[in-house]
Design a protein around this ligand. Structure first.
Ligand SMILES: Nc1nc2c(ncn2[C@@H]2O[C@H](COP(=O)(O)OP(=O)(O)OP(=O)(O)O)[C@@H](O)[C@H]2O)c(=O)[nH]1
Length: 322
């Protein structure tokens, strides 16, 4: 896969997204990163900026690129791609800072529905920033705060220096209830690592702790995942996806899978958002995922058992070797 990985950086208003981006942009390992921001006013990026053209694309001192969202995200990404081809703008990865009130699901949906996006880019995960002091209040009043956490592949809990140990423990428990599978990190002004924004969803996820993991506690967000052996035909996967679409419709917020297909030597990656499923391709170095299938379903207002049943059905469709 020679496509450009795109990470969505999500998190509620003031949670600390820009602060993390500033740290990321100082790291030499990320000098070939393009950052898309969507603030109308000041970028908040505190590097010395050097304009490379009359438009919204800025070359930062350390070599990174900062680009203001103009029109749709798809148009902005394609604009960056054009500038890369025509003006030699150099970047290998993109981080998109989403608005604090944005639900990542429609953003992911718009990206994967676009054939041009799929030809040149791939989704490399959602990283969500959570404010240790304010998270309970955020999710009590804003549904977007819940979805931002539920759909994350990695969660960074910021402002640990402003919260008590009890507050942090409460936030960690709430975050784990909403999204038991995401990796979690605690950050403060003294201990910050913007590099953690980066996550490649195509990399092997961490092992599941049990055959089934489900969490249905708060805010009606349910997550279920299953690891299972065997190989699936493309036809079986298509049938299963149709079935899942019919059963859950738009209540299924997200689907993430790594599957062994009979037709392919390497495991294939699947992303589904709001009824649309796409595959960015196969995992070139699957490591321990060379033989196993994994599927994660995240839904809203669904029964945990229904998600588990759908996963069991998929596992039953896999043929065992020999
Ligand atoms: N004490 C402390 N303050 C932090 C930390 N992270 C961010 N802040 C502060 O929180 C405020 C908001 O941070 P931003 O990085 O601008 O947050 P944002 O998510 O980009 O905000 P929006 O653009 O409004 O969505 C700033 O004053 C930061 O300095 C942290 O770990 N500790």
């Amino acid at each position: 896969m020679s496509d450009i990985p795109v990470v969505l950086l999500s998190g509620f208003l003031g949670a600390g997204k820009t602060t993390l981006l500033n740290d990321l942009l100082k790291r030499s390992a990320f000098r070939d990163t393009a950052v898309v921001i969507n603030e109308a006013g000041d970028a908040g990026i505190d590097h010395a900026l050097m304009e490379t053209g009359g438009d919204e694309v800025l070359l930062l001192e350390g070599g990174c690129i900062c680009c203001r969202l103009k029109g749709s995200l798809n148009a902005t990404l394609n604009g960056l791609l054009r500038r890369r081809a025509l003006d030699g703008l150099a970047f290998e990865r993109i981080v998109v800072e989403t608005s604090g009130l944005a639900d990542p699901a429609p953003i992911l949906h718009a990206l994967i529905a676009d054939p041009l996006f799929n030809r040149h880019f791939s989704i490399a995960g959602v990283t969500t920033v959570v404010d240790a002091a304010n998270f309970p209040a955020t999710i009590a009043h804003h549904a977007e705060g819940v979805t931002q956490v539920a759909l994350a592949d990695r969660i960074l809990i910021t402002k640990a220096d402003l919260a008590t140990a009890e507050q942090i423990a409460l936030v960690e428990a709430e975050v784990a209830a909403l999204n038991p599978l995401a990796e979690r990190h605690l950050l403060s002004h003294a201990a910050r690592d913007g590099g953690l924004i980066w996550i490649d969803a195509r990399e092997a996820p961490r092992p599941l702790r049990s055959r089934f993991m489900a969490s249905a506690v708060t805010h009606a967000v349910v997550t279920a995942s299953l690891a299972f052996p065997g190989r699936l035909t493309q036809e079986a996967v298509d049938t299963w996806l149709d079935r899942v679409g019919d059963l859950f419709g738009s209540a299924l917020l997200r689907l993430k899978g790594i599957l062994q297909l009979e037709e392919l030597a390497e495991p294939v990656v699947l992303h589904g958002v709001q009824g649309l499923v796409y595959s960015p391709g196969t995992l070139p170095s699957p490591g321990r995922l060379a033989t196993e299938n994994r599927m994660v379903l995240i839904g809203r207002n669904l029964e945990e058992q229904d998600l588990a049943d759908a996963l069991t059905l998929l596992a039953a469709m896999a043929r065992r070797a020999g």
